[in-house]
Design a protein around this ligand. Structure first.
Ligand code: GLY
Length: 390
């Protein structure tokens, strides 16, 4: 990987990592009473999250933040709050509240798998296995992929999305825990299909990819949240980076190391000077478009994960880039005062509607809950030898 462009940049120091994590812990500790029986929304409004019930694809990230803050502090108040939320996740999957989509991993890995791994929480175990059962109902034999959104077996929904790579660790965990291999087999098949189709020849990525319902043959790529079809949505590319690292973790297929490098290199080549991308990689220095700080945190986590599997020279390069990205986020994007926001990182973008895409317009240049979660995850990875929730 070519890191020359960033050689003169400073890495975040151990002291800065500790200070940033300490602030994040204090911040979550301050806001957790307000958000124990409710969850922080997917995006802030004027930098403040409103409370929502447990009925959206993003609620697991808030619980994940609480678990990360608990890991850092061992503060029992946080543990108790996270346990209340685990109960809510169990009720949600039992009552099937807004669970008919692919985001079961985003919901149940940082909340319930984390609860089980950290504290042996049996409700977390039960909820996460049920969530894995729900996720595999969305697998199509014809095409060999997990359908992202919408009712099954409608040609307009017959597609996968790059984000789903982060939902698959739930299936590997379920196989390990139950001894049932079908979860893992479905995850393996989805990874192969996704990686063979969402990565373009120049190593930019499609957000979503359609298949022919009759034959299962790859049909065409299409963006939903990127600027336009042939652009590279910055968060999608970051899901690809972290997704390739996780694919390698679980499959140990050497092809994924090279793909990881190429997808990451494309991302790095399109970063502006401060290493935090605009919301689509089409935009570069001098643009007035909003940033997506969450994308930088996700990419940093992917780099730090992949650093575990490569030789020490490569690992050092990956870690160094991640540390430089985190330095920028901590210095210029992080919330620094408890009254300024109830989130952790400013300048993220959820969905930016353009004449060329199909998403709703929301959460533009705001805090986003996964941005806060992955920022904390990246800091935690730099602070300690972290055992993944994924
Ligand atoms: N997974 C949806 C998003 O990244 O906005």
């Amino acid at each position: 990987m070519n890191n020359e462009r960033f050689e003169s940049y400073s890495e975040i120091t151990e002291k800065e990592i500790g200070q940033a994590l300490d602030f994040a812990y204090q911040h979550i500790r301050k806001y957790v009473p307000e958000f124990t029986r409710s969850f922080q929304n997917a995006y802030s409004e004027n930098n403040f999250y409103k409370p929502i019930p447990n009925n959206y694809w993003t609620t697991g990230f808030w619980t994940g933040e609480i678990w990360l803050a608990y890991e850092y502090s061992q503060d029992e108040v946080l543990k108790k709050a996270a346990e209340v939320q685990v109960q809510s996740f169990l009720e949600r999957i039992d009552q099937k509240i807004e669970v008919d989509h692919h985001d079961m991993g985003f919901l149940y890995s940082p909340s319930c798998v984390a609860a089980y791994k950290l504290t042996g929480n049996q409700k977390g175990w039960e909820a996460a296995v049920k969530a894995a059962d729900q996720l595999i109902t969305r697998f199509h034999d014809v095409g060999q992929f997990i359908q992202a959104w919408g009712p099954m077996n409608a040609s307009e929904n017959y597609r996968l999305i790059i984000d789903c790579l982060l939902n698959l660790p739930l299936l590997y965990w379920a196989s390990e825990e139950t001894g049932e291999t079908h979860y893992k087999e479905i995850a393996d098949q989805h990874i192969h299909t996704a990686i063979n189709n969402v990565i373009r020849e120049d190593y930019s990525t499609w957000h979503t990819f359609f298949f022919d319902m009759e034959t299962g043959q790859p049909d065409h790529g299409e963006t939903c949240q990127g600027y336009k079809n042939d652009s590279a949505w910055a968060r999608g590319q970051a899901w690809g980076i972290y997704g390739c690292a996780l694919a390698y973790k679980y499959l140990k297929d050497d092809r994924y190391i090279q793909l990881f490098e190429n997808v990451t290199q494309y991302y790095l080549n399109h970063l502006p000077k401060d290493l935090v991308p605009y919301w689509d990689l089409t935009f570069t220095d001098g643009s007035d478009e909003p940033r997506d700080s969450s994308s930088a945190s996700i990419a940093a986590c992917g780099l730090l994960e992949m650093a575990k599997y490569v030789d020490s020279k490569k690992a050092k390069t990956y870690q160094s880039i991640a540390k430089k990205m985190m330095k920028s986020l901590v210095s210029h994007y992080a919330v620094t005062d408890h009254e300024m926001s109830n989130g952790l990182v400013l300048h993220s973008t959820y969905s930016n509607r353009t004449p060329y895409n199909t998403c709703d317009h929301k959460g533009v240049d705001e805090c986003n809950i996964w941005g806060d979660y992955f920022y904390m995850e990246a800091l935690t990875r730099l602070y300690t030898d972290w055992n993944l929730y994924w």
